[in-house]
Design a binder for this molecule. Structure first.
Ligand code: NAD
Length: 430
């Protein structure tokens, strides 16, 4: 671990950090901070979460028993604006994980220049064992537990693992009941009927498509016929695949949690999508070869989009990856140890904090629309997203060129520099 008492850890010739997402991220943070020559005081400030809240959430189960669940909300940094970040319901939720994800949101918002800080929250629970009324009661109780931090000017949650627009509606309602008036801008990812934004559902996949298209331009590759492999066929993966196919790219393999399907001549994506709509999973699709999730990552392709889980590209398989471009739709799909292998191979990695920032960007648009009380059509949302993603890609690429670093380190440098500048201008209240 680096010292948190003001010393920047000396740069090592290999990347530090293991499979722990917080360590992986901080390994990159340290390299970027070193390159930026971040002053020790500010370095320490940016390595500490601003606020960590732990709340007990009693839940009256349908059977009349009361159980108590633990909820967390971490505001990592609010220098640039209200904290922004999702809430997850999962048995893996810990304070450390929430802290890491909150830091991640800080850099993600900054790399696309949104006027937000970063936050994350979660409840340690298994939502699959709960009825809808139980989930509603738990959501409302958690919301009231963290109500002091919430607000359009202070902390704005969004959906994350196992939470969705329905829960965002309950959070908005609970907050509004306490405030005695309707406050739509307190959460994003809401249903469109109550202040959600058009285009939000597709935004992350659309952002992935835009940055991949920009990366292809840099490599002088035309999208027509360019081969794409996508791991994960959920919101991010399926929409990335669809929008890349719309550009003329050839989707050769896609997968879900049970494995993938592969056709080197290109899958009929419309057919695959209608199969998934009807049967939910890919495993019953018979018009293509089967491929495992591990094999899929090393298939012969031009573009690889990991859009499922963290830590799938590791030191073990990085050397066998054939793609020229990796677009990180998922959060943290590449371990810090794999980074330098990919860099040595000359693979252009579009890092998660840039590649999947389309979602939070349209969340920002939702917040802006709620506050203005004026809603945009989908074309306007998509045009504005396009502009932000294209500009952010160019800024990160130019930082990478200026400092001869990978796109990942460059993205952290752009983000940390922006957060640091605001702290310097505001002055240190120390
Ligand atoms: P999702 O639940 O809609 O889809 C996940 C997909 O991954 C599913 O197809 C699932 O079957 C598949 N999957 C699960 N386990 C797998 C495994 N072991 N191997 C291969 N595939 C597996 O989730 P999503 O919203 O598409 O999110 C995917 C990733 O993108 C996550 O890392 C998430 O944090 C990240 N992300 C999502 C958004 C967003 O707006 N949805 C924004 C930023 C980042």
């Amino acid at each position: 671990m680096a010292s948190t008492h003001g010393q920047i850890r000396p740069e090592k010739d290999t990347f530090l950090g293991g499979e722990n997402p917080f360590e992986s991220m901080m390994a990159r943070f340290d390299i970027a901070a070193q390159k930026l020559k971040l002053e020790p005081g500010l370095y320490s400030v940016l390595r500490h979460p601003e606020k960590q809240i732990i709340v007990a959430c009693p839940l009256l189960r349908d059977n009349g028993q009361v159980e108590v669940y633990t909820g967390y909300r971490v505001l990592y940094n609010t220098g640039r604006g209200p904290a922004k970040g999702g809430i997850r319901y999962d048995m893996g939720v810990t304070l450390d994980e929430v802290k890491a994800l909150a830091a991640w949101m800080t850099w993600k918002c900054a790399v696309v220049n949104l006027p937000f800080g970063g936050a994350k929250g979660g409840i340690l629970c298994d939502p699959s064992t709960m009825s809808m009324p139980e989930l509603e009661r738990l959501t409302r109780r958690y919301t009231s537990g963290i109500i002091e931090t919430l607000g359009p000017d202070s902390d704005v949650p969004a959906p994350d693992v196992n939470t969705n627009e329905r829960m965002m509606a309950w959070i908005m309602d609970t907050y509004s009941m306490h405030k005695r008036h309707t406050v739509t801008a307190v959460v994003t990812g809401k249903p469109v009927e109550m202040g959600g934004s058009l285009g939000r559902r597709e935004a992350t996949g659309r952002g992935c498509m835009i940055v991949t298209r920009e990366a292809l331009k840099r490599l002088n590759i035309r999208p027509d016929g360019t081969r794409v492999v996508v791991q994960g066929f959920g919101n991010v993966g399926s929409i990335s695949a669809k929008l890349m196919a719309d550009l003329g790219m050839k989707i050769v393999a896609v997968s879900d949690k049970d494995g993938g399907i592969y056709d080197p001549a290109g899958l009929d994506l419309a057919d695959v999508m209608s199969h998934v709509k009807e049967h939910k999973f890919l495993k019953t699709y018979t018009k293509a070869d089967k491929v495992s999730n591990a094999e899929l990552l090393t298939l012969d392709t031009d573009v690889l989009v990991p859009a499922a889980l963290e830590n799938v590209i590791t030191e073990e398989n990085a050397g066998r990856i054939k793609a020229k471009i990796i677009c990180e739709g998922a959060n943290g799909p590449t371990t810090a140890g794999a980074d330098h292998i990919l860099q040595e191979k000359g693979i252009l990695v579009i890092p998660d904090i840039l590649a999947n920032a389309g979602g939070v960007t349209v969340s920002y648009f939702e917040w802006v629309q709620d506050r203005g009380g004026y809603f945009w059509d989908e074309e306007t949302v998509n045009q504005r997203l396009e502009r932000i993603m294209v500009e952010s890609f160019a800024e990160v690429a130019s930082m990478a060129a200026r400092h001869s670093v990978s796109m990942r380190i460059a993205a952290y440098m752009v983000a940390i520099d922006r957060v640091a500048k605001v702290h310097r201008l505001r002055g240190m209240y120390a």
